[in-house]
Design a binder for this molecule. Structure first.
Ligand SMILES: Cc1cc2ncn([C@H]3O[C@H](COP(=O)(O)O)[C@@H](O)[C@H]3O)c2cc1C
Ligand SMILES: O=C(O)c1cccnc1
Length: 362
């Protein structure tokens, strides 16, 4: 029988490389002809160029941005690796749906469509005696929480494959050309740290942070637990085996969503530590995924800076945030819009009749 994980996703990369030299040169020329000193918009220019390449146009326009909060519970949370109980996951999902969470208010502020995906929360959001559906909620639950990675694989190969397929199907149904990533799952900084350590080779102590607010002694205990989990799953060395051993259903579903968004040339806005760990897995499967990713911020969570360095990417913001949910992706959103508006709407030296740099006219 084929392994369901490898069966749903070819191990040979399929995603086309975006480095279209012709379009890149055209975009650069367009930026250089805007009425400003060459390069004076700094990172915004690099961002405009990247979005132009992703959307394959000199005049990119971001349409119907979709922020998806992938939610799931973690068996490992029972090992005291988080400062909060697992129940906070479902309670926060209710908070997202009620519009009161940080990501809810930021999404509202910026006009981002917000969807919460129940990928494996230990709670029934659609009980049999209640409504059949709820606005803003997609139920694609694999199981009520993963297994405890301390003793067994967090998920089976079949569960991992199903979650990835769910993520792909979810994105296929979403309109627009931008996907902003968010997540909710008590214990998921542990899963992200484990993936980082296993896939980058960094020591787990350097990948482990305070998550929801553990003190120094508790972070040291968390790192000890995670070290034991790594040992328990010594053989899980491939990206998908590691995801299966350590990941959450929200992370496997997000992985499918990222691969689908990349395959359909959408701009992917990455949030913090957990979403970056998922992108690390995606990058191992499809290196060209990275060209479609905009990294919104450097999280205060220990490990994130090293993870971004490992991927060779620079985030837009560094505000000391360590929340997740997609909050930083939402905060970075206006910068993406500004990058596009500069490309589309700013006058050129020629159109505005502004004199070029003296040396360029001789
Ligand atoms: C009230 C509350 C709201 C949150 N929103 C996001 N997270 C964040 O914290 C969790 C990860 O941290 P750890 O691994 O330490 O459990 C994730 O669910 C993440 O999105 C929250 C956490 C709490 C407590
Ligand atoms: O950076 C993140 O995504 C993060 C950090 C701490 C807790 N939850 C999420």
């Amino acid at each position: 029988m084929p392994n369901p994980v490898t069966a749903t996703h070819s191990l040979s990369p399929m995603l086309p490389d975006l480095s279209n030299a012709d379009l890149r040169a055209k975009l650069q020329q367009r930026l250089d002809q805007k009425t400003k000193p060459v390069g004076s918009l700094g990172v915004l220019e690099a961002l405009a160029l990247q979005i132009g390449l992703i959307l394959q146009t000199e005049t990119p326009s971001l349409q119907q941005p979709q922020l998806v909060v992938f939610a799931g519970d973690h068996g490992l949370a029972a090992r005291g690796v988080s400062a909060y109980p697992s129940d906070v996951t479902w309670q926060m999902v209710e908070n997202f749906l009620a519009g009161g969470a940080c990501v809810s208010v930021l999404a509202r502020q910026h006009g981002l469509a917000l969807t919460v995906a129940d990928c494996g929360v230990r709670h029934d959001f659609l009980p049999p005696d209640g409504p059949a559906e709820r606005a803003g909620l997609v139920v694609c639950k694999i199981a009520p929480g993963t297994a405890d990675a301390f003793v067994e694989e967090a998920m089976s190969a079949a569960q991992c494959a199903q979650a990835m397929a769910n993520g792909r199907a979810l994105v296929q149904r979403l309109p627009g050309n931008v996907l902003l990533l968010g997540e909710m799952g008590i214990g998921n900084t542990s899963a992200a740290s484990l993936l980082q350590a296993r896939l980058t080779g960094l020591d787990i102590a350097e990948c482990t942070g305070s998550g929801t607010g553990l003190d120094a002694a508790a972070v040291a205990r968390k790192a000890q637990v995670l070290r034991a989990v790594l040992l328990r799953h010594e053989a899980a060395t491939t990206p998908l085996a590691a995801l299966q051993a350590f990941g959450g259903f929200e992370m496997a579903t997000m992985l499918g969503a990222v691969l689908e968004a990349a395959a359909t040339n959408r701009v992917i806005v990455v949030d913090g530590f957990i979403t970056t760990a998922v992108v690390l897995v995606a990058h191992r499967l499809e290196p060209a995924v990275l060209q479609r990713c905009v990294f919104s911020h450097r999280s205060g969570e220990a490990g994130h800076a090293a993870l971004l360095r490992h991927l060779g990417v620079s985030p837009l913001l560094d505000l000391g945030l360590r929340l997740g949910e997609g909050s930083a992706a939402a905060l970075a959103w206006p910068l993406l819009q500004s990058a596009c508006v500069v490309l589309r709407e700013m006058a050129s030296f020629a159109s505005a009749g502004v004199s070029q740099k003296a040396s360029d006219t001789h």
